[in-house]
Ligand binder design. Structure first.
Ligand code: PEP
Ligand code: MN
Length: 336
């Protein structure tokens, strides 16, 4: 960490910072500059809390150097983490696609969609049995009945299934049925839920919080890994911005940025970023072009009748065409 003093900071101010650092067991070394002094905090094992110094007399700025995350960091593990679930392999350079409806509505609906997406090349089925809805009056999901339908989809189609777990109380139940558990954007910083996910044997898809910094997202993954679960897949699903032409803004630049910082696979969900199906197709292709490790796409057999996110759900024939394009883009871009 580097503490930059104000231009007119006195020797006492500098000594005050040095003493504060030493009191915490750190080594502090003043570095005189042209018109101001900086103080290097040296030999610290982990990251240092900037708040310890920010309020001290004469301090202008505190610049962290050591990363706050460890287990998720590429500095700690340089090779990509590969998460394998059936035929879906995330992080090995392939482009696995997870597809399915926003919500599980019935066995008939799920089987129809699952058969269609499997035929088009999807390697995992998705569908929410517990739905985090903005309004308490909206459909909340089928609960355990929905999970049973997902298990049936797996039995019939052979596709592994991913579904969201909304709270710690239902974790045991969800992980019993699901091959992959998803933590949604609204729960990215639900630390008790993250810790419980860290104790699970199931891989976890960790969606990025809708206003989360890359660092906050990685720290959320660190919570899961710290409890022992190393199978974490990060999912960019769009962030909240000022625009009105899409539901969220797909942050494409976070994909290469995250992959530089972490060894964990990073997938893209263009559906929740777009909010409208016309945009899902170009955004999915853009995700593949920027080097993501997979895609999650909402597909519905009768989107006009969907209980949630119908407007952003692709028709099965659109999905099939998209899959062909994704494979072509991936072929061109896969080696960086
Ligand atoms: C979902 O995948 O259905 C979902 C609710 O996603 P998010 O948490 O990204 O909004
Ligand atoms: Mn949805």
């Amino acid at each position: 960490m580097l503490i930059v003093m104000k231009k007119g900071a006195s020797d006492e101010n500098v000594q005050g910072v040095v003493k504060a650092a030493e009191k915490r067991g750190y080594t502090a070394r003043p570095i005189p500059g042209g018109d101001r002094v900086s103080i290097g905090i040296l030999y610290n094992k982990g990251s240092v809390d900037a708040g310890l110094f920010l309020g001290l007399e004469g301090v202008n700025e505190v610049i962290p150097v050591t990363k706050p995350y460890k287990l998720v960091s590429r500095e700690v593990k340089s090779q990509n983490t590969v998460v394998m679930v059936g035929d879906a392999v995330f992080g090995d350079g392939s482009m696995p696609v997870i597809a399915g409806p926003c919500a599980v509505e019935s066995e008939k609906q799920c089987l129809a969609i699952a058969e269609a997406v499997k035929k088009a090349g999807a390697v995992m089925f998705r569908g929410g049995a517990f739905k985090p809805r903005t309004s308490p009056y909206s459909f909340q999901g089928m609960g355990e009945e929905g999970l049973k339908i997902l298990a049936r989809v797996r039995d019939v189609t052979g596709l592994p299934v991913a579904t969201e777990v909304m709270d710690k109380e239902n974790f045991d139940m969800v992980e019993e049925y699901a091959d992959v558990v998803q933590i949604g954007t609204r729960n990215m910083q639900n630390f008790t839920l993250l810790k419980r996910a860290g104790k699970s044997k199931r891989p976890v898809i960790l969606k990025r919080g809708m206003s989360a910094l890359l660092q906050e997202w990685l720290m959320a993954a660190e919570y899961i890994m710290e409890e022992g679960n190393e199978q974490v897949i990060l999912c960019e699903r769009g962030v909240r911005t000022f625009v009105r032409h899409s539901r969220n803004t797909l942050d494409l630049s976070v994909v290469p940025a995250a992959k530089k910082e972490t060894h964990l696979p990073v997938i893209v969900d263009p559906s929740h970023a777009a909010g409208i199906r016309d945009q899902v197709i170009p955004l999915a292709l853009a995700g593949a072009a920027v080097g993501c490790d997979g895609l999650m796409i909402e597909v519905h057999n009768i989107p006009e009748e969907a209980v949630s996110d119908g407007a952003q759900s692709l028709y099965p024939d659109q999905f099939e065409k998209l899959m062909q394009k994704i494979n072509r883009i991936h072929e061109i871009c896969k080696d960086g």
